[in-house]
Design a protein around this ligand. Structure first.
Ligand code: 13P
Length: 267
């Protein structure tokens, strides 16, 4: 079963104090959502510096914590890098890999991203592999081909028995931070194609992989994506910085995707 995932990517925002203020704002709003026992899964990815504090502050809730990047190595002489083992140690369950800002601003290649996905799994973290085309690539009709390549290379070192722990986020670069979200029909087409690519790589196991949409998601437009059966949730930037708006998105997801009656029983 693919449990919907609502993930906030704070990017380079919030000091530790600001991050804790977010959690203080979120906690009283959470009760209704947490009654659902993890449906949808809620995840926050603060900057590294705030991960331990946010993780400790959310320890008694259903909200999970992730990081935004990791090294492809576990330890050693890599000044300024942070390893998956360190993230796991600080309470992370997930890590975003290959976000378009790291690809395009910081020059990460598909090869590096594939190594990071591998490192995340080796450290017991669930990688969220980001793929997506630029505006030029979309206008040149290269979207499906580009996302196929990014998916294949990003997941090239993953074994079929591991693939269910991986999440893919389709984030068209032109939709990120612009207020111009993709049309749900277009996102559906790309995500179906990503699923097809994973099916060829991993067989039936690919059916369990969650694929999210990201790019200018807010409470006012999330429903359009969630009514598409192929879209399993969202990776949210700007709208995840405010606890009330973030929880409004979670509520919209709950309205669109109702938990199966027996979900969470027997835990
Ligand atoms: P926005 O929601 O701010 O467009 O950012 C999306 C994103 O990049 C999430 O990873």
């Amino acid at each position: 079963m693919r449990v919907p995932l609502v993930a906030g990517n704070w990017k380079m925002n919030k000091t530790v104090g600001e991050a804790l203020a977010f959690v203080s704002g979120l906690n009283p709003l959470l009760s209704d959502e947490t009654r659902k026992r993890g449906w949808p899964e809620i995840l926050i990815c603060p900057p590294f510096t705030a991960v331990p504090a946010v993780s400790a502050a959310l320890a008694n809730t259903e909200v999970k914590v992730g990081a935004q990047n990791l090294s492809w190595e576990k330890k050693g002489a890599y000044t300024g890098e942070v390893s998956g083992l360190m993230l796991k140690d600080c309470g992370c369950e997930y890590v975003i890999v290959g976000h378009s800002e790291r690809r395009h601003i910081l020059g990460e290649t598909d090869e590096v991203i594939g190594k990071k996905v591998r490192a995340a799994l080796d450290c017991g973290l669930k990688p969220i592999l980001c793929v997506g085309e630029t505006l030029e690539e979309r206008e040149a009709g290269q979207t499906l081909e580009l996302c196929r390549r990014q998916t294949e290379q990003g997941l090239s070192a993953v074994k079929p028995e591991e693939i269910a722990s991986v999440v893919v986020a389709y984030e068209p670069v032109w939709a990120i931070g612009t207020g111009k979200e993709a049309k749900p029909d277009d996102a559906e087409e790309v995500i179906d194609s990503i699923r097809d690519t994973m099916g060829k790589m991993f067989g039936d196991a690919a059916a369990d992989v969650r694929v999210l949409y990201g790019g200018s998601v807010k409470s006012g437009n999330i429903r359009g994506f969630m009514v598409k059966e192929t879209i399993d949730g969202a990776l949210i930037g700007g709208a995840s910085l405010d606890p009330e708006e973030f929880l409004r998105i979670v509520s919209e997801v709950l309205k669109t995707r109702v938990a199966p009656k027996d979900f969470g029983q027997g835990e």
